[in-house]
Structures are given as structure tokens and as C-alpha cells.
Design a protein around this ligand. Structure first.
Ligand code: ZN
Ligand code: ZN
Length: 312
């Protein structure tokens, strides 16, 4: 049963991956920043949790499955021997140690911290080893999904929401078959890390300066929920806050969804970002308190859309 009308909705999703988003591009700026002080990314996550508590806003933390682990070991000299490979050497950067030795590869403490927080956050999924679903085989996609379900169960978590690594969409039917209710679709806003430099440049036109409100689409058994914007713009930093505010107002006016996302480590790269997010969430909280918008996680939104939730 699908509900026809909904109130304007605000969603924030976080691609929570520590080093996994850049594991195969070790020259990436984020890699060196994280490696320089491996406590700092966790500091970003703590900072975000504080902001969400301050404004009473629940988020969807799309976690890379390897971070559910506290340690991992080689078997017959092979890391994750039971996992099919996207590429032959896919697991070669995996140190196969533990959270103490290599805290950027394991994140059990992070998952625990999020689920024990006062705010009812959602743990979503971002694949086990950050593989591009648009390029990997069905066998790899299935193994990645099933592994996450198994690991999340140990935390008594049922995964419902999926964020594709690099927003590269593929094997949606595998998500459906494994009980996922919703996934984040492409970014409608201007800046997207998955786009090539030229596409991003082309998209720099004024018409794309607006972060558009989004609408969920029913894809035969799962909801596609596009993102309105990446809450980070390395090219035009000052534009993030005004763009988000305009997008939020437009969503309220058109009774649609405003869905932003970012990576916790983006806060490491751009010092103004935390402050911008703080200011923006204050606006969201005010609008929510005035009854203009509802704030929910992706999973909760899927429940509402499916008529499974006792929302008013
Ligand atoms: Zn491992
Ligand atoms: Zn990612």
C-alpha cells in the first residue's frame, strides 16, 4: 500500500567508510589526511553525532560492511577468502589486523556509538568492501549484500537502506531480493564525486546551482530516493549553505523531499563545513518545530511510503 500524499520531508544520509572510499586510490587527498591522524575521522563522526543531538535530527549512516568488524584474518594467506573478487587484487590493501593496529579499516566502536546514541539513527549499508555495483558481477554484488546482512545481525540491525559506492547504481534486484526497502539514487544537485571532471564543469551552469527537491520513485519492490545535493562543494565552497537553504524552502513549498548527503571525512577537508551544517540543521529544526517539514531516516521514510508506519 503506497500513500498518495506526504508532508515535505528532510533526509540526511552519510557515506560512512573511513578509508574504504579511497582504498584503491591511495594518492587521494582524503587518504593522506586520514592517515596523518587516524583519530581525526572518528572525531568528525563524533562531531556529527553532537550536531544531530543538538538539533534532534536522525540520520541514515550508510556503513561500509568491513567497519562492522573489529578484526579480520587471512585464511590460507588470503584476505576474505570466501568473498568473490571484483578484481583479483581487490583485498590486497586489507591489512588483516585489528582495530587497534589499523583503526581506519575497522569500525565496530563507531557502529556501537551510533546505535546507542540518544537520537534514533539508522544504520544503512554501503556495501562490504566499497565495490562499484555498476561494474561488478552479480555474484560479487550478492556476496557484498549478504555479508552485510550477516554482520549487521550481530548488532541486531536489519538493513533497509542502501547507498551505492560512488553512487554507481547496479544490481538493484539483488537489493530487493535481500529485503532492502530503499536506496539513494543519483545526485540531482550540481556537485557529485562520481561525475567526471568535465561533466562537473559542464554542470556548473546557473541552472544547476539549485539543489532540487526530490521525489521517491517506486521501482517494482524498492524505493529509489534521489539525493538533492552533496553537502560539500570543493569548487564553490561558500555556495553550500545558501544552496541547501533554497533547496529546503523549495521542497517545503512543493511538498517534496530534500535529501542531502556527505562523508564524515569531508569535514576534515573543509573546515567551514561543520559550521555550515550546524547553521543549516538549525534551519531544518526550526522548520520542523513549526510543522513545515518532517525529518526522517531513509528507512523510516520507506516505511511511511509503504504504509507500514503509524505516522499521522
Ligand atoms: Zn578485512
Ligand atoms: Zn563511499
Amino acid at each position: 500500500m503506497v500513500k498518495e500524499t506526504i508532508k515535505p520531508i528532510f533526509i540526511i544520509s552519510l557515506d560512512t567508510e573511513l578509508i574504504f572510499g579511497v582504498l584503491h586510490s591511495l594518492s587521494h587527498e582524503s587518504t593522506s589526511l586520514m592517515k596523518k591522524d587516524d583519530k581525526k575521522v572518528r572525531g568528525c563522526i563524533d562531531g556529527l553525532l553532537d550536531l544531530f543531538e543538538k538539533h534532534n535530527i536522525p540520520a541514515t549512516w550508510a556503513i561500509v560492511g568491513h567497519l562492522f568488524l573489529e578484526h579480520c584474518e587471512k585464511e590460507d594467506g588470503i584476505p576474505h577468502k570466501d568473498m568473490p573478487r571484483f578484481k583479483e587484487d581487490w583485498y590486497s590493501p586489507d591489512p588483516c589486523t585489528n582495530i587497534k593496529r589499523d583503526p581506519l579499516y575497522y569500525g565496530k566502536d563507531i557502529v556501537k556509538k551510533i546505535i546507542s546514541n540518544r537520537i534514533e539513527h539508522e544504520i544503512g549499508y554501503h556495501s562490504f568492501s566499497h565495490v562499484p555495483f555498476s561494474e561488478c558481477s552479480r555474484e560479487v554484488a550478492e556476496a557484498e549484500i549478504k555479508m552485510g546482512i550477516k554482520l549487521a545481525k550481530k548488532f541486531e540491525i536489519t538493513l533497509k537502506s542502501f547507498v551505492f559506492p560512488w553512487n554507481k547504481i547496479g544490481h538493484v534486484d539483488v537489493l530487493k531480493e535481500n529485503g532492502f526497502k530503499i536506496y539513494r539514487d543519483e545526485n540531482l544537485g550540481r556537485y557529485d564525486l562520481s561525475q567526471s571532471f568535465l561533466v562537473r564543469k559542464f554542470n556548473g551552469g546557473m541552472d544547476k546551482m539549485i539543489a532540487p527537491p526530490a521525489e521517491p520513485k517506486w521501482a517494482n519492490g524498492i524505493w529509489e530516493m534521489p539525493a538533492s545535493m552533496l553537502f560539500c562543494d570543493p569548487q564553490v565552497k561558500f555556495s553550500v549553505l545558501p544552496r541547501a537553504k533554497i533547496g529546503l524552502y523549495l521542497a517545503i513549498r512543493s511538498k517534496k523531499v530534500f535529501h542531502i548527503y556527505l562523508h564524515p571525512h569531508d569535514l576534515l577537508r573543509y573546515s567551514s563545513l561543520r559550521d555550515d551544517l550546524d547553521k543549516f540543521l538549525a534551519v531544518v529544526a526550526k522548520k520542523r518545530d513549526e510543522g513545515d517539514i518532517e525529518v526522517m531516516t531513509m528507512g523510516k521514510f520507506a516505511e511511511v511510503l509503504n504504509g507500514e508506519s503509524e505516522e499521522e
